[in-house]
Design a protein around this ligand. Structure first.
Ligand code: TXA
Ligand code: MG
Length: 348
């Protein structure tokens, strides 16, 4: 299939480009589009056959359900069997934005969208292109991140192009996604609101509105509540180690690993904070990617997936990443880094 990539204004999207996207969606085809978190791979959420194409294009396991995107509360209402007071509060405070709500679904949502689960995951994105596309198509849009399954989520149009060219008819490219990490997935179907995936809206912010909020800790021998969380994600091709500790210790250890790696003729890449970078560059890693300042985790969130992808493109055999404090947005960043490292985390 020939893939067309068009550049679209992320603030005031050109109506003719939105129409083109909406037409493909109504015709049961896939369209990649920007959201404030990451790019989505969209299909008509009311069509099982359109959504089946998402699983095929990504190579996504069938048991991993899709988030359905809506453009207003009334649209969300049509697919949820009973809004709770908590859902109302969340939508009021955080929509449009990077928060996905898991609630009981109505039967008109096809089973492959929810992977047979009784609940639906819903989100109203804030990106103008996403909102206009949903409005214009008049459809709820099922959309996972627009990467090949297992790869880092795409945070710009080039990432989508690399993963999806030849597989889908249209990519709407509006440049970089401002948040850069996927939405927080919050399960409101049980007694206590539970975060299934940390993301752009932090636990602290949710607690201000909801009171007690739990974080789901998947147990061995038990299916995780967000099936996607069990897969190895964001995995770069090279081996990756996440190092957590004081900046000084991390720098020291990285120096040692660079030497060891070079002795074995490995290419060693570093993902680090702005504060550590001045102490690392003279150790001559093959790649030094500065994620952002420790004091501005939103900067790190926005560049993390680009950093992981650059390591692959430049053929790094070993990737050493610096951990950050697990508070606020730092929790979501550390969650993605841990997954990328395949749980190879060292506290030093
Ligand atoms: O920011 C985002 O959420 C992006 C943009 C495109 O909106 N989407 C995204 O989708 O990250 P995806 O498919 O890559 O991740 C969705 C996560 C998975 O972990 C999945 O298992 C979980 O949400 N999920 C989806 N539907 C669910 C449901 N009904 N119950 C529990 N978890 C669900
Ligand atoms: Mg994904």
């Amino acid at each position: 299939m020939q893939t067309k990539r068009v550049y679209i204004d992320g603030v005031s999207p050109e109506p003719e480009l939105i129409s083109e996207g909406a037409n493909w969606l109504r015709a049961g085809e896939l369209v990649a589009f920007p959201t404030e978190t990451v790019y989505g791979l969209g299909a008509n959420a009311l069509s099982a056959s359109a959504c089946a194409k998402i699983f095929a294009a990504k190579g996504r396991p069938q048991d991993n359900p899709l988030i359905v995107h809506v453009c207003n509360r009334a649209m969300a209402d049509r697919y949820v069997d009973g809004w709770t007071a908590e859902a109302e509060q969340c939508a009021h405070h955080f929509w449009p934005g990077p928060l996905t709500l898991v609630l009981k679904k109505k039967p008109l949502i096809p089973d492959n969208v929810t992977a047979g689960l009784p609940n639906i995951a819903l989100r109203m994105p804030s990106h103008p292109v996403a909102l206009r596309l949903i409005e214009e198509s008049g459809l709820p849009i099922a959309a996972p991140s627009a990467n090949l399954s297992g790869k880092p989520s795409p945070t710009n149009g080039s990432h989508v192009w690399r993963d999806m060219k030849g597989k889908i008819p249209l990519i709407l490219d509006a440049g970089a996604c401002p948040v850069g990490l996927e939405s927080t997935v919050l399960d409101l179907s049980g007694k206590v609101p539970t975060i299934l995936r940390p993301g752009g809206i932090t636990k602290e912010k949710l607690e201000e509105i909801l009171g007690e909020v739990q974080i789901d800790v998947p147990h061995e021998n038990q299916a995780p509540k967000a099936p996607g969380m069990k897969y190895r994600h964001y995995a770069p091709q090279g081996e990756m180690i996440l190092l957590v500790g004081s900046s000084q210790r991390v720098v020291q250890r990285m120096g040692l690993e660079i030497q060891r790696g070079h002795a074995r003729l490995k290419k060693v890449g570093i993902l680090c904070t702005l504060e550590s970078a001045p102490f690392l560059h003279h150790l001559l890693p093959d790649l030094l990617f500065v994620l952002g300042s420790q004091n501005r985790p939103e900067e790190i969130a926005a560049s993390l997936f680009e950093g992981l992808r650059v390591c692959d493109e430049r053929g790094m055999d070993l990737i050493l990443a610096e951990g950050i404090e697990e508070a606020g947005l730092g929790s979501a960043i550390m969650n993605r880094l841990q997954k990328a490292a395949g749980q190879r985390v060292e506290f030093i």
